[in-house]
Design a binder for this molecule. Structure first.
Ligand SMILES: [Zn+2]
Length: 260
């Protein structure tokens, strides 16, 4: 996976400028209603150095994290390898489902695993297999929320999710089709690691715009991709966790707090 231009920059002040920008936005947002924020890490299943480093950071700041697990990649052995984090984190981590095989099935247009190209029957079949697999491996640790790969899915998938008892779907802000009644929509606003801008300055500006929109919303969602993180990306994450910890008035939550 590619590292964003933001983290390939040689400018030592760039990340501090982002931190200071977000701090200003927090102050502005606090003048209004209270701030709620959640972090969501995608493409979870395979233990790695980056995975452990990310989990260690959230544990040390005691900030909750939603983890989007790819069913086909998860195995009992890999789940067992994460036992230590589960034990240390207790209620800090919210494990939920991220697609089935994380494969694109759309011949045209943007990537989707559960887009309109496949029949409702095939969509149902894949979602059921994925959920059963995670239930078998993870049991009660699984929260009934679905994050579609690439933050997109079609109406058939949304209807299946609702019928299967999922409480919510998490996509990018403004995603369509709208979730049917009874299935909550919990969007992410900020994309920390899969940014496509070619210049770091542009990436910084766009990132700050996303933070501004997120912090002005009832709940701000921040998306992580640990496999695309390098040292500067970890540094910015730490700046953010430190910053959010400084403000006790900011509620750091997971999907569990929003669906119960
Ligand atoms: Zn993904």
């Amino acid at each position: 996976m590619k590292i964003s231009s933001l983290y390939r920059s040689q400018d030592p002040n760039l990340l501090r400028k982002i931190r200071d920008g977000v701090r200003e936005q927090i102050r502005d947002a606090m003048a209004g209603n209270g701030i709620k924020v959640f972090f969501r890490a995608d493409d979870i299943a395979v233990p790695s150095k980056n995975f452990s480093k990310m989990m260690g950071l959230f544990l040390s700041y005691q900030i909750p994290l939603c983890l989007a697990v790819v069913p086909a990649w998860m195995t009992p052995k890999r789940w067992e390898a994460m036992a230590e984090f589960r034990k240390k984190g207790q209620d800090l981590f919210c494990w939920h489902m991220h697609g089935y095989r994380h494969m694109n099935h759309e011949p045209l247009g943007k990537k989707q695993e559960f887009g309109p190209a496949r029949t409702a029957r095939v969509v149902l079949n894949d979602l059921t297999k994925g959920e059963e697999r995670l239930q078998t491996i993870m049991g009660k640790d699984l929260t009934p929320v679905f994050t579609p790969p690439w933050n997109r899915c079609g109406m058939d998938a949304l209807i299946v999710l609702k019928k299967a008892g999922f409480a919510a779907v998490s996509r990018s802000l403004g995603s369509l089709p709208a979730a049917p009644e009874g299935l909550q929509d919990i969007p992410v606003h900020v994309d920390l690691h899969t940014r496509k801008e070619t210049s770091a300055e542009e990436a910084r500006d766009k990132l700050l715009e996303e933070f501004r929109a997120g912090l002005a919303s009832p709940v701000c969602g921040i998306m992580l991709h640990h496999m695309c993180m390098n040292d500067p990306a970890f540094l910015l994450l730490e700046y953010l966790l430190e910053l959010f910890s400084e403000y006790g008035q900011i509620r750091k939550i997971t999907y569990k707090d929003l669906i119960s």
